[in-house]
Design a protein around this ligand. Structure first.
Ligand SMILES: Nc1ncnc2c1ncn2[C@@H]1O[C@H](COP(=O)(O)OP(=O)(O)OP(=O)(O)O)[C@@H](O)[C@H]1O
Length: 710
């Protein structure tokens, strides 16, 4: 007769951290709710809650062999020969266990009183832990153990260890997951022929293997997530994401937009009066945008272009097409400085063409604002430029045809949608069907997004890339300099200013305290003013009144200010082509893309530009790497790729970017090939197998599709 396998599972002893929360308080949260806290709401969620690692309880070793193993997890079985509380070297439960080959001591510094009974002399226990030679000879401190009957079978699979929330035991998770798996409908969402073609493992065996792998499995491949079973999970996950994004795209296409087909007088005159010829890349992306605007479904296009590549003029020409077609256009930018600069540039282009341009910002005087609002509502303003003040309820458009959002990643999804929903003025007699009509949307970003990310996070956007800089730019030379050579740097600033060059001096980023950051900027301004008495030194920071900021920025644009001391408010978009030297203090505190954006403020004219990255050593590994990358390249895409490697996609995109919450398994940095496979499969399934699409999305997304609304 097989031995009785009833296991008296040894309770985990109270550890220090477990002792902190009072048991009564912990028990008040039901385990189901704790599962929900981990995002586990249904059986499939549980089945897809995959182990972090495994424990091998499938083999037993003799105590003698185990003591030769050094510090390694081993499992032995023996009978308790002594069990008592000892007080030397400190209070602890000391349990001696022996087998035919020898004996070891289990030590528990934290223990329950009941453990002395549970581990009474003569009890057979299976013990897992690292065996070492200590105070009591061969010993294990706080090993895991189970009380077993003689001959109790060993498990034939590895034991999973799951990510667990507070108060959720592995035993409870294992049981919940096993129960869920026994109830599931395991039908594969993909047909066998497709799995063959894609060289993918079947779903059910993959999930089962990941929870309970056989002992001879390639454990390294499991941990590295390169095992075919993992590949299947990642593929399925990416496929769900692609399907979902593509469906969102289809839903968008099902909406209507006003076709903006005309390129007439405004467009032609604008092109004519530009002081330069568009680059090939600008022409190309403009053609892409123009084609979209002719459609009667809304454009949703992301215009990417490295710093200084000339996105503004492309935006202005897109707006010109909306205006020529009889509609209004709006351009929203994330900061007052940037919005204001766009406004000046665009108004200077448009006003000679008799196009009304309105300016709207939060800090505007009441009278100006009321006037701007009236012009926007009556349609006298054909083009509106502003900050997020544009999304307030008081802003009503007459007939908005095109929304342009600069530095789109700095706005939340809600803010972008709010602007888009302002399409038509209901009081202005818009026809009822126009309530369903949304404007075309052009989003711009100077943070180049590597292809994999663009494909996964923006799969439902069309993407245009300006991959060429206007001619005549001389490359920026970047130097990395120790802070203690500050005097030399100041001397260099002086010399540059005497040559008629203009200089940015960027103050350190102090994340913990804005007040401190301001203080530093003010101090730097004072020091430089004292050190360089012949020069006009300006200061600009985020706390200044907009009009003060404007005066300084204008002075700098005109060349009246030689050196502009600035906080990172100048990071995006500021365009003063005569500025050709930039000093960035404490460059080690900035992220790569931020440094790239900052550096992009110079090198915008024909003069050779220099960027001095001052740092305070000693530098950590990552900081060193970042500065080295900045020295090596000025290519925004290359920098973005390296930034992605360093930071990972979540941080790279910023916390609020959607989509990320979905990816539990796939890693965009290493699984690019799978992303491409998933994208192609999604395309094919949407065309030919809508039933598979439904099944797959239901399995993988459940109620979570909301994550993906872009
Ligand atoms: N085709 C061109 N030839 C010459 N100069 C150009 C061309 N297109 C744009 N410029 C000029 O290049 C500078 C940078 O253009 P713009 O400000 O539009 O860049 P951007 O892409 O918005 O950069 P950033 O993201 O840094 O703001 C401007 O001074 C602009 O007038």
């Amino acid at each position: 007769m097989p031995a009785n396998t009833k296991k008296a599972t040894g309770k985990m002893p109270p550890t220090k951290s477990a002792n902190k929360g009072k048991p009564a308080a912990r028990e008040s949260i039901k385990p189901e709710n704790k599962l929900a806290k981990l995002g586990l709401h249904n059986d499939m969620d549980l089945a897809l809650h995959l182990p972090l690692r495994y424990e091998d309880e499938t083999t037993l070793m003799t105590i003698a062999d185990a003591s030769l193993r050094g510090l390694q997890m081993v499992q032995v079985e023996g009978v308790v020969t002594a069990c008592d509380v000892q007080f030397r070297p400190r209070r602890q439960l000391v349990v001696t266990v022996g087998d035919d080959s020898g004996q070891l001591v289990m030590r528990f510094l934290n223990f329950y009183g009941s453990q002395t009974k549970q581990l009474a002399e003569g009890t057979r226990v299976r013990v897992r832990g690292e065996l070492r030679h200590g105070f009591f000879g061969a010993e294990m401190v706080h090993p895991q153990y189970k009380v077993v009957n003689e001959g109790a079978p060993l498990p034939d699979v590895l034991t999973p260890v799951y990510p667990a929330g507070e108060g959720l035991s592995q035993a409870y998770l294992r049981k919940s997951i096993a129960n869920a798996m026994s109830r599931l409908d395991w039908q594969d969402t993909l047909p066998p022929s497709m799995l063959d073609t894609l060289k993918l493992a079947a779903f059910e065996p993959s999930v089962r293997l990941l929870h309970n792998p056989p002992p001879d499995v390639d454990e390294h491949a499991l941990i590295e997530r390169s095992h075919p079973a993992w590949i299947r999970m990642k593929f399925d996950e990416l496929l769900a994401q692609q399907l979902s994004l593509k469906r969102a795209q289809a839903a968008r296409r099902a909406k209507t937009a006003r076709a903006l087909p005309v390129t007439g007088r405004v467009t032609a005159d604008l092109v004519k009066q530009l002081p330069f010829k568009l680059t090939g890349a600008q022409e190309r992306v403009l053609e892409e945008i123009r084609a979209d605007l002719r459609h009667s479904f809304p454009m949703q296009r992301l215009l990417q272009g490295d710093v200084g590549s000339g996105k503004t003029v492309v935006a202005a020409l897109a707006a010109a097409q909306a205006i020529d077609s009889g509609f209004q256009a709006v351009l929203m930018a994330p900061t007052e400085i940037l919005a204001e600069q766009h406004f000046r540039k665009i108004a200077a282009w448009m006003e000679p063409l008799d196009v009304g341009v309105a300016w709207l910002s939060g800090s505007q005087k009441k009278k100006e604002k009321t006037e701007a609002l009236a012009h926007i509502e009556s349609g006298a303003a054909r083009l509106v430029v502003g900050t997020h003040a544009l999304i307030q309820d008081t802003v009503q458009f007459d007939n908005l045809g095109l929304v342009i959002v600069d530095e789109q990643h700095r706005f939340g999804v809600g803010q972008r949608l709010a602007l888009r929903n302002k399409s038509f003025n209901p009081a202005g007699g818009a026809a009822p069907d126009e309530a369903q009509t949304v404007p075309h949307q052009l989003m711009m970003s100077a943070t180049p997004i590597p292809r994999t990310l663009a494909m996964t996070y923006y799969a439902d956007l069309e993407v245009s890339v300006i991959d060429e800089l206007p001619p005549g730019r001389s490359p920026i030379v970047t130097r990395v300099i120790d802070q203690n050579r500050r005097d030399e740097v100041i001397e260099r600033v002086h010399a540059a200013a005497l040559e008629g060059k203009q200089i940015y001096w960027v103050c350190p980023l102090i994340e913990e305290s804005e007040a401190l950051q301001l203080q530093t900027a003010t101090d730097t301004h004072a020091t430089l003013s004292a050190a360089l008495p012949g020069l006009n030194i300006g200061l600009v920071h985020g706390r200044m009144k907009p009009v003060e900021k404007q005066i300084v920025m204008e002075g700098f644009s005109r060349g009246a200010v030689h050196v502009l001391v600035a906080t990172t408010v100048i990071e995006v978009g500021v365009d003063v082509p005569n500025a050709s030297l930039m000093v960035i203090e404490h460059a080690e505190r900035f992220g790569l893309s931020q440094l790239h954006q900052l550096r992009g403020r110079v090198g915008r004219g024909s003069a050779a530009s220099v960027c001095l990255l001052m740092y305070q050593g000693p530098l950590g590994g990552t900081a060193k790497e970042r500065l080295a990358i900045m020295r090596e390249t000025t290519d925004g895409f290359e920098i973005a790729r390296r930034d992605l490697d360093i930071r990972g996609p979540g941080e790279f995109l910023g916390a609020r970017q959607s989509g990320e919450a979905m990816l539990r398994f796939a890693d965009l940095a290493t699984d690019q090939w799978l992303v491409e496979k998933a994208r192609d499969t999604a395309q094919a399934l949407l065309q030919h197998a809508p039933d598979i699409v439904e099944r797959h999305l239901a399995r993988w997304l459940g109620g979570r599709e909301d994550y993906l609304k872009v």
